[in-house]
Design a binder for this molecule. Structure first.
Ligand code: SF4
Ligand code: SF4
Length: 355
C-alpha cells in the first residue's frame, strides 16, 4: 500500500504477528469462561483473548498501565473494542491466570463475553457535545454499576447489548440495541432573534429542519425565524446549524428507554429498538429512575426468556402487551407512533390486546 499522509495508517501494520500470519484462516472460537475466549486457526495456532471492561473516557495513566500489561502478557499488543473493552491477545495459555490475577488486583473487571451485559457503547454527553439532552458517561457508569453482576457472568438467556445516545441524532447504536437509553428534549428551541439575525443564515437554518417546522419570522424587519410547535420533534438539528436556537432545558430534558433491537442475523433478522419508556427525568449524579427501570427490564427478561432469545425475540414471541404487563411499564398514548414513515416498524394503532 502506498504511503500517504491522508487518513488513518494501514491497520495491517498494527496487527499482532499471530493475527497477521493467520489472517483469513480462523476456523472457530469458543468462550472458555466469562471474559476469556480462544480463537483457533486452521494452521492449529490458537490465540487467547482476555476481555476487560474499560471506561470510554480514560486517563493517560490508565493507557500506560494497560500498555505495560500488554508488554508483559500479550507480546506488546492489545486492542480497544468499539464497546470500550480492552482486549489482551495472548499466545501463551499459561499467561491467562497471572494476567487475570493482576487485573483483579487493580479492580479492573473481566467479562463482557457471551450471555452477559457487555460495556455500554455511548456518545459524548455533557462532556463534549452541544446538543445532549442527558449525560453519557455518568448515566452509563450508574447503569453498569447496577448491572455489574451480569458483566462477569453468563447468567442471562443471551447477550444484552445496551447503548446510549444523548440526543436523537443517535451517535450511539440505540436504534438496534437490546436496551437503548436515549436522551430526549421536550421543549421547543428558544429562538434568540437578536443573535440569530447576526450569526445565522436563515435559508440554511430553515433547511436544517427535517419536519419543516421553521419558517421566516412574519415580521420581515426581525430577519429571524419562528418554530411551529405542532411540527417540531425536538431533534436539535436547527441548533447544529444555528447557535441562536438552543433547545437544552433543565426541566424538559430527560431520557427515554427503547428495547428489542439487534444487529445480529442469528435466528431472526436484525430488529429496530422500540419505545418502552417515553420519558424519565435527568437525575444526576446517579440517575436512579433510569438505573432501576433498566435493571427491571433485564431481570424480567432473564426470568421469562428462553435460552438464546435476545430481548426483541422474546418480546416478539410473547407479544408487546405481555412485555408491558410483565415489566409493569405503563403503556401510554406516547407509545403510539404516528410518524408517517414508521408504519411498517412501529405500532400505529390503539387497537391492541392485553395478553
Ligand atoms: S447523540 Fe446527539 S448530543 Fe450525543 S454526541 Fe451525538 S449529536 Fe451530540
Ligand atoms: S428541533 Fe428539530 S424539528 Fe424542531 S425546529 Fe429544530 S430542526 Fe426542526
Amino acid at each position: 500500500m502506498g504511503k500517504t499522509d491522508i487518513g488513518p495508517p494501514d491497520f495491517r501494520n498494527f496487527l499482532p504477528p499471530i493475527i497477521k500470519k493467520n489472517y483469513g484462516k480462523w476456523k472457530y472460537h469458543r468462550i472458555l469462561e466469562p471474559g476469556v475466549l480462544v480463537h483457533v486457526s486452521e494452521t492449529g495456532k490458537e490465540v487467547y483473548t482476555v476481555r476487560m471492561g474499560s471506561g470510554r473516557l480514560v486517563t493517560v495513566d490508565f493507557i500506560r498501565e494497560v500498555c505495560d500489561l500488554a508488554d508483559k502478557y500479550s507480546d506488546g499488543y492489545l486492542r480497544f473494542t468499539s464497546r470500550h473493552n480492552v482486549e489482551f491477545l495472548l499466545t501463551d495459555k499459561k499467561k491467562i491466570a497471572p494476567l487475570k490475577k493482576e487485573l483483579a488486583a487493580k479492580g479492573w473487571p473481566i467479562g463482557g463475553t457471551g450471555h452477559s451485559v457487555t460495556s455500554i457503547v455511548h456518545t459524548q454527553g455533557w462532556v463534549h457535545c452541544h446538543t445532549p439532552a442527558t449525560d453519557a458517561s455518568g448515566v452509563v457508569k450508574s447503569v453498569m454499576d447496577e448491572l455489574f453482576e451480569y458483566f462477569g457472568s453468563h447468567k442471562l438467556p443471551a447477550q444484552v447489548r445496551i447503548a446510549l445516545a444523548c440526543c436523537l441524532n443517535m451517535c450511539g447504536a440505540v436504534h438496534c440495541s437490546d436496551i437503548a437509553i436515549l436522551g430526549v428534549h421536550t421543549k421547543l428551541p428558544k429562538v434568540d432573534h437578536e443573535t440569530l439575525r447576526n450569526v445565522c443564515e436563515i435559508p440554511t437554518t430553515i433547511a436544517a429542519c427535517p419536519t419543516g417546522a421553521i419558517r421566516p419570522h412574519p415580521d420581515k424587519e426581525k430577519k429571524s425565524v419562528i418554530v411551529n410547535p405542532e411540527r417540531c420533534m425536538y431533534c436539535g438539528n436547527c441548533y447544529t446549524m444555528c447557535p441562536a436556537m438552543p433547545l437544552a432545558d433543565g426541566e424538559g430534558d430527560g431520557i427515554s428507554i427503547w428495547v428489542g433491537g439487534k444487529v445480529s442475523n442469528a435466528r431472526h433478522t436484525p430488529m429496530f429498538s422500540r419505545l418502552a419508556i417515553p420519558y424519565l427525568p435527568n437525575n444526576p449524579p446517579r440517575w436512579p429512575e433510569v438505573t432501576s427501570a433498566i435493571k427491571n427490564i433485564v431481570e424480567v427478561y432473564a426470568k421469562h426468556a428462553n435460552k438464546y432469545e435476545r430481548i426483541g425475540e422474546w418480546i416478539e414471541r410473547v407479544g408487546w402487551e405481555r412485555f408491558f404487563k410483565l415489566t409493569g411499564i405503563e403503556f401510554t398514548p406516547l407509545h403510539i407512533d404516528d410518524y408517517k414513515l414508521s408504519t411498517t416498524t412501529f405500532r400505529n394503532t390503539t387497537q391492541f390486546k392485553w395478553g
